[in-house]
Ligand binder design. Structure first.
Ligand code: TYD
Ligand code: MG
Length: 447
């Protein structure tokens, strides 16, 4: 095979060099040169495939339309939801996530249940034996799944005939011999994705691509591929916990505000269709615990904010936050110190959102603030009617002046809380300020 010639192109300014350099001599950016195939036969190949010299203008009204309402079900409802109702012909989906989060597990489950056989699974990451072992653990028989253990992208493409669905696990293991860079380099990852994507579009075959997110940054992350694919799904969760969430970062064929919720079980990923019941252990029953309702996509979901407040002699008391932005917690602590008068400058404060979920919803502010106050006073939020049935929940954004602000979707959130049995709301309607909320529901409560 004739090797295509390549050059190194600066991703910042477009400067091209025949060899790799650490710093771009044109714009001064470091590590910005990426190996790229020079396509000398660009015009010739175009005229061959289209039968015309150049792409001619086409009237918009004459362009052949496709029916995106026709969807292929993946067989996993929570996934169909994030895809916008299922897979579309020729759709290229990137599934990104940290190693060990469950990407291969999910893809094997899709391969088993998708309404589109046969499925070809390109195994670059693990051996066929390892995948077979996982399949039997998941209860996947695999009659409709064929494995190809191959990492050369051009060989992969030449080997796959007509098929229902292709799975690439993972893109960081594939290479093309046209580039000299090693597997996982930005150049390789992009070029392999480009070749697979163009093949998928030409044949109308849906394609799922796994991309690892790594902290070291030695392997090109899924971010460099986002613009090349139709849909980007972000797989997240705390590996020590069972909860897994799939978010849509980009979707050319559907909404981007949906999430799919799963739990990692003994036999793979199980769908969680009723997430509110998942995170409420001791919620609201003990000091330092306050229930709130966050929006995950378009779904309201009950979560528990937990706080621990401990006296300290340190000049810089500890502030620790998990499951929520630490800067948000700092701000709430500042409001509690300045506007409510809690002497938190002489206390360590720890805040946690229970269940391993990460939230990014200002509607949880009031719950975090009241949880800290509840921990500080060592009193539960209330008054509780009976100690075993907590009924209070707090929803509201906290402003710098200590005011409680209304958040979007308040009605839907409140309805969900009531459905699960939390009947007493603390929102901007019940308390105009954080100070008022704490006075009414913590310090003067009889529990
Ligand atoms: P895996 O799908 O291999 O992750 P990735 O492809 O994203 O690297 O799954 C990783 C973890 O999931 C692994 O630590 C074991 C766990 N697991 C289960 O808990 N139950 C199961 O049924 C399977 C297959 C895996
Ligand atoms: Mg894997």
């Amino acid at each position: 095979m004739v090797k295509a010639s390549t050059q190194y192109v600066c991703q910042q300014c477009g400067y091209a060099s025949p060899k790799w350099m650490g710093q771009c001599p044109n714009c001064g950016q470091w590590n910005s040169l990426v190996e790229t195939v020079i396509n000398q036969s660009k015009f010739k190949s175009k005229s061959k495939t289209r039968g015309v010299g150049f792409a001619e203008p086409v009237r918009l009204s004459d362009v052949k339309k496709e029916d995106y309402t026709k969807r292929i079900a993946t067989g996993i409802g929570e996934l169909d939801r994030v895809l916008g109702g299922g897979i579309v012909t020729g759709m290229v989906v990137l599934i990104a996530g940290e190693p060990g989060i469950g990407k291969s597990t999910l893809l094997l489950q899709i391969a088993d249940r998708v309404d589109r056989a046969p499925v070809i699974y390109i195994a670059g990451e693990e051996s066929a034996t390892q995948i077979a072992n996982r399949a039997s653990r998941l209860g996947v028989t695999g009659e409709n799944i064929s494995l190809i253990e191959e990492t050369d992208v051009d060989d992969v493409i030449s080997q796959i005939g007509p098929t229902g669905l292709i799975i690439i696990d993972s893109i960081q293991t594939l290479t093309t011999q046209d580039l000299t860079g090693s597997a996982g380099s930005v150049g390789q990852v992009r070029e392999c994705t480009a070749r697979l994507t163009s093949w998928a579009k030409k044949t109308g075959t849906p394609l799922f691509i796994v991309g690892h997110v790594t902290k070291e940054g030695t392997i090109a992350g899924p971010r460099v591929l986002e613009h090349m694919v139709d849909t980007v799904l972000w797989f997240e969760g705390d590996r020590r916990e069972s909860l897994r969430i799939i978010r849509t970062i980009k979707n050319r064929f559907g909404p981007t505000d949906e999430v799919g919720i799963f739990s990692m079980e003994e036999k793979g990923l199980a769908e969680v269709t009723n997430p509110s019941n998942l995170f409420l252990g001791q919620a609201g029953k003990v000091p330092g615990s306050v229930v709130t309702v966050v929006m995950e996509g378009t779904r309201p979901m009950l979560v528990e904010a937990q706080a621990l407040v401990v006296p300290t002699k340190l000049a810089f008391p500890k502030r620790s936050a998990s499951g929520v932005d630490p800067r948000r917690v700092e701000l709430i602590i500042a409001v509690l110190s300045r506007r409510v008068g809690l002497p938190l400058w002489e206390h360590d404060v720890f805040v946690n959102i229970a269940g391993g979920i990460r939230i990014n919803d200002p509607g949880a502010d009031l719950a975090i603030a009241t949880a800290i106050a509840s921990a500080f006073y060592d009193k539960v939020i209330g008054p509780l009617t009976t100690p075993t049935t907590p009924t209070f929940f707090a929803i509201g954004e906290v402003g710098l002046l200590g005011e409680v602000r209304e958040v979007v979707g308040l009605e839907r959130r409140t309805k969900e809380a009531k459905r699960v049995g939390f009947t007493n709301s603390i929102t901007n309607k019940e308390a105009k300020t954080v100070s008022e909320a704490i006075r009414k529901y913590i310090t003067s409560s009889n529990s």
